[in-house]
Structure formats: structure tokens, C-alpha cells
Design a protein around this ligand. Sequence first.
Ligand code: AMP
Length: 115
Amino acid sequence: MTENCIFCRIISGGAATELLYQDAQVTAFRDRTPAAPVHVLIVPNRHIPSLSDTAESDEALLGHILTVASRVAREMNIAESGYRVVANTGPNAGQTVFHLHFHLMGGQPLGGLRR
Ligand code: AMP
């Protein structure tokens, strides 16, 4: 738990945010400003600022986050229609919350990656 980190507060139950999934390693909850009909954030329970702060020892955790993303996608009924998983990392990607998180988005066509 890192003081002043909103995602750490959510993970520990200290914020009024419904948890969609939680286990010993990972928590999932809805993005408060959704960019798609389904927009869920999947985060490690341990405070890691960004993907750039992970190491080889985090490989199992990172793999687990993706399997949780797949599970949540099934539960949100977007597995068949498709979805996108994104981890904004650093200034050029527009990262605004510095607790590693993966956006899971779907529920409508998301467009291409090119601007
Ligand atoms: P990023 O730009 O990748 O750092 O994304 C941060 C995301 O966190 C944004 O989509 C915000 O809408 C979302 N967010 C920030 N604060 C909260 C919160 N308290 N509860 C849920 N989502 C949040």
C-alpha cells in the first residue's frame, strides 16, 4: 500500500468502488470514466508504478493479469465480440495513474490503433 495512491486505496477496500474480481495478486474494478461500454481496470495488488518497473520476477504476475483479463471479459460477455487490453506506460502513452493497470475495453467496435 502506497500512501496517496488511489488504486492502492481501492485494492484495500478503502474507497467506495465495487470490486469485480480480487485474489491474492490482482484486483479488477470499473474505470470511473469509461471509454467503452465495458471498461475495466486490472491491477496488481502490489504497488508497481508502471510496466517499466517490472522485472523478470514479475512474469508470473503479468501472465496472471492477462488470464484475469480474459476471465473478466468472459464474465462481462465480451469474449466473443472482442476486446482490447492496454497498459499505458509513461508520458507519450498518457499514463495518469502511476499504479500499473491494464485497461480492458469492449462492448462496441473499438476502431484501429492508427490515428
Ligand atoms: P491511464 O491514463 O492509463 O493512467 O489511465 C488511468 C485510468 O484510471 C483512467 O481511465 C481513469 O478514468 C481511471 N481512474 C482514475 N481514478 C479512478 C478511480 N478512482 N476509480 C476508477 N478509475 C479511475
